[in-house]
Design a protein around this ligand. Structure first.
Ligand code: PHB
Length: 389
């Protein structure tokens, strides 16, 4: 009797200890981001959001100490992203793949997530189809159709009839062009010209001349956030397109807080639609922006940092539901249908598409105090990606 009780107790103890050991396994998150090259700002911003979340919420999720392993994929270099993901899975044995600044990187890694059954949390890349490339993909950023439709509706409602579209010639640009045309023409608008600009070192001058000659009322622009937008806006001003009465409308990538100061006054009045603004008025965003400036005094909080921050929230909350289990199927099942309050407003993960559902705001660049800000004046709540079939 005594022996069997001791044996039974021993068995229980062994089980408890095995459980504790499993719970104490670190949670390895492999972050694949552009940390160098023309899109290095994306990596920095997303990393800032990720680390701020850990700073505020502690660096253990459901008893598992979070270990970040960061790999630089240098921007548009799908082969490098793919190799980084393979290394993270095989060598580092990560539990979760996350990051992804640009679409080609997310597309390249999707098959690896599927094969390894690893959750893949997309923190920027925004071509609609990305989430269809693996059952293990979840997205906390935005999709191009989602951020484009509201500005197309706004234009049609505000007396703009003739638009020239300009988009970067790759996934997100194609999505933006398709959605803009669809929404704008359905509302009675006309597309009077369209161009796709190269992703590598684009020279916008010839395009700007073509636009001027076509006499549109407005240009709709999508280029990946950063240098390209700064250079387009500079050319737009220098070639007197604004003086010719042509308006510039865009997705918010163009006048993202990270580049707004570099564009300066020519950005004033640019109407755009997007999911996050530093100037968004909510208690959550007030807390977020204050904490962000405290942690990173020389950087402005923007949509990329928020997507990194929310991506970490998604991982933390999914693990709470699974009791610390990060295996792909359990993790994704837990993440589907999640809803929470982000600094950007209420957001959620669509249980069917695994894509983000969120409010999209229509904003205008204004001077607020000493700073240029995107000031929200209209919104489309609980907006799902209209790019999904
Ligand atoms: C993308 O490559 O998916 C991408 C990059 C920058 C943006 C939006 C989308 O601003």
């Amino acid at each position: 009797m005594k022996t069997s009780l001791r044996a039974a107790l021993g068995g229980v103890m062994a089980m408890v200890m095995a459980g504790a050991a499993a719970a104490a396994e670190p949670l390895k998150i492999g972050l694949i981001l552009p940390m160098s090259g023309p899109f290095a700002a994306y990596g920095k911003q997303i990393e800032n959001g990720v680390r701020l979340y850990l700073k505020q919420n502690g660096d253990s999720f459901s008893g598992r100490k979070v270990e970040l392993i960061l790999k630089d994929d240098t921007g548009v270099a799908p082969e490098i992203s793919k190799r980084a993901a393979q290394e993270l899975v095989v060598k580092d044995k990560v539990d979760v793949l996350a990051g992804f600044g640009l679409t080609p990187s997310a597309f390249a890694v999707a098959p690896i997530a599927t094969e390894a059954k690893k959750p893949m949390v997309v923190m920027n890349a925004a071509t609609s189809a990305i989430t269809t490339k693996s059952e293990y993909i979840l997205r906390t950023s935005m999709t191009l159709p989602q951020i484009t439709a509201p500005i197309a509706s706004w234009a049609a409602r505000n007396g703009i009839r003739k638009v020239f579209t300009v988009v970067a010639d790759y996934g997100p640009g194609h999505d933006a062009e398709t959605q803009f045309k669809k929404t704008f023409t359905a509302a009675g608008g006309e597309i009077v010209g369209e161009v796709r600009t190269p992703m590598k070192n684009p020279d916008f001058s010839p395009f700007l001349q073509r636009i001027k000659d076509a006499h549109p009322q407005a240009v709709f622009l999508f280029v990946p956030a950063g240098e390209q937008g700064i250079s387009f806006m500079k050319g737009f001003a220098e070639r007197d397109l604004a003086k010719a009465g042509i308006k510039l409308i865009a997705t918010g990538d163009l006048v993202d807080e990270d580049v707004l100061d570099a564009i300066g006054d020519p950005a004033l009045g640019t109407t755009n639609s997007f999911h996050y603004a530093e100037a968004h008025k909510s208690p959550e965003n007030k807390a977020y922006t204050e904490a962000y400036y405290k942690a990173y005094p020389n950087s402005r909080p923007n949509f990329m940092s928020v997507a990194g921050y929310d991506g970490m929230h998604l991982i933390a909350e999914a693990l709470k539901k699974t009791g610390g289990n990060a295996e792909g199927d359990a993790f994704v099942a837990a993440a589907k249908g999640m809803k929470w309050m982000s600094p950007r407003g209420p957001i959620g993960i669509d249980p069917v598409t695994r894509d983000i559902v969120q409010t999209i705001y229509v904003r205008k660049v204004e001077r607020v105090g000493a700073k240029l800000q995107n000031v929200e004046f209209d919104q489309v709540p609980e907006f799902r990606d209209p790019g999904k079939p």
